[in-house]
Design a protein around this ligand. Structure first.
Ligand code: UDP
Ligand code: GLC
Length: 414
């Protein structure tokens, strides 16, 4: 995996801090201190969503990570204090195979519950950002007795989670979590269905994107940009951004690539959470389909605005309902037309033919046709991309996200 040097880190820290400081300086005194807990050292969407919040939180705050990785470096480069509480047995537990693994990892689980509880005592609020953080942080509530906010980034359906995980989450959400914030109405609805709680108990705050970061990445000459990034020039190029994982559906894009002989495709992202076998299967699929020459695996990249601006069209191909889909709002902020799988939180972002193009998840024919239509009609593609840029700046800016998160957390912490 490529290292994650803090590109634009200082600028982000300065911009984000000044944004928070200028609009809320007067309230700083009443802001609760927060211990943010995240299970991952990797840079996934939940971590990118936590980043600006942790950077700009005006009171005492710290991030406790249950695994080490580039997320720690990024947080530290932005001035956020980080603590590690790693246990490889516990971090090795995968959500699909939760039962046996939990039992084997029990001593580590107990240790981590205690560690989180001990750290939490120095803060007003425990902010749990991932599933494992929720379980370990909430189970320790009798020890730390802190208010718990859970940032729900997942659709709690049985497509995504096993019965035991859903059972545990249901009871912890009911009994130990004080407040939930969901990343989309789709995620919120899944929690309401699971727990039977009232919908108003699960407020929704959509993710936001730093629009300045995208406007700074120049796109005057796309071919020069492609040359710099090692991408093919003078061809119609699609980009798919995100970790390589079966439910992200990169295999669907490869099938479409095979049906469109003029198309080139770049996959940006790596197997972050142990999905190396899937990454390998994509390479085999590409060889089988004979599309290897028109396909590039770029690996994990730290400069998404440039990579997104280097392509003609952005694909989102998740085969399961996407809880939110940061890559979609990023693609919109890059001023590129986005073709997205119409399920979950995606439908709260994309309006078909207006600011993007929706296709049924996993439908190769529909994806192929959508790419073909936008390729053949550049004015339509441009109109959609222009509207996308307007919509993303109206509804999905990082400023709006921070403001809503701040207000929501402020309300619950009094
Ligand atoms: N991302 C990145 N480099 C890559 C691939 C992805 O920085 O090579 C980022 C991407 O910009 C986005 C996040 O990873 O902010 C993925 O978030 P998303 O919500 O789309 O999906 P998740 O992986 O969280 O399900
Ligand atoms: C999760 C979801 C993704 C969402 C992100 C940020 O990782 O899979 O859809 O965009 O969280 O909320």
């Amino acid at each position: 995996m490529k290292s994650t040097a803090p590109v634009n880190a200082t600028a982000l820290a300065a911009a984000a801090t000044s944004l928070y400081a200028s609009s809320h300086a007067a309230e700083t005194g009443s802001v609760a201190s927060i211990l943010f807990v995240d299970q991952s050292g990797q840079l996934g969407g939940a971590e990118f969503s936590l980043l600006p919040l942790a950077v700009t939180w005006a009171a005492h705050r710290e991030v406790l990570l249950l695994s080490d990785g580039p997320f720690r470096a990024k947080l530290e480069a932005l001035g956020v204090p980080v603590r590690l509480a790693c246990d490889t047995r516990v971090s090795g537990i995968r959500k699909e195979a939760v039962h046996l693994n939990w039992l084997m990892a029990l001593p580590g689980v107990v240790r981590q519950i205690r560690t989180i509880a001990r750290h939490a005592e120095a803060f007003d609020v425990l902010f749990l950002n991932t599933q494992k953080a929720l379980v370990l942080g909430a189970l320790g509530k009798p020890l730390h007795r802190r208010r718990i906010i859970w940032h729900l980034h997942d659709i709690m359906s049985d497509d995504h989670f096993g019965p035991l995980q859903r059972f545990i989450v249901k009871w912890l959400a009911r009994c130990a979590v004080d407040h939930v914030v969901a990343n989309s109405h789709a995620s919120a609805a899944s929690l309401v269905a699971l727990t039977g709680c009232k919908p108003e108990r699960v407020p929704v705050v959509h993710n936001g994107v730093d629009l300045d970061e995208f406007s700074r990445a120049g796109d005057a000459d796309v071919n020069a940009l492609r040359r710099r990034l090692g991408l093919p020039e003078q061809v119609y190029l699609a980009g798919l951004f995100g970790r390589l994982a079966p439910w992200k559906g990169q295999h669907v894009a490869l099938e479409a690539l095979a049906r469109l002989p003029e198309l080139h495709l770049v996959l940006v992202g790596s197997a972050l959470f142990g999905e190396e076998a899937y990454a390998e299967s994509l390479r085999e699929q590409a060889a089988r389909l004979g599309v290897g020459e028109r396909l590039q695996f770029a690996g994990f990249r730290d400069d998404m605005p440039a990579w997104m601006k280097a392509v003609d069209v952005i694909l989102h191909t998740s085969t399961e309902p996407e809880p939110f889909g940061r890559v979609i709002i990023e693609g919109m902020a890059a001023g590129r037309p986005v073709i997205a799988a119409a399920a979950g939180g995606v439908k709260e972002i994309v309006r078909h033919r207006k600011n993007g193009w929706l296709v049924p998840p996993g439908n190769v024919e529909a994806l192929t046709e959508a790419i073909d239509i936008l390729h053949a009609a550049p004015e339509l593609a441009q109109r959609i991309a222009d509207q996308a840029l307007i919509d993303v700046s109206r509804h999905f800016s990082v400023e709006a996200y921070l403001e809503q998160m701040r207000r929501t957390i402020g309300k619950v912490t009094g």
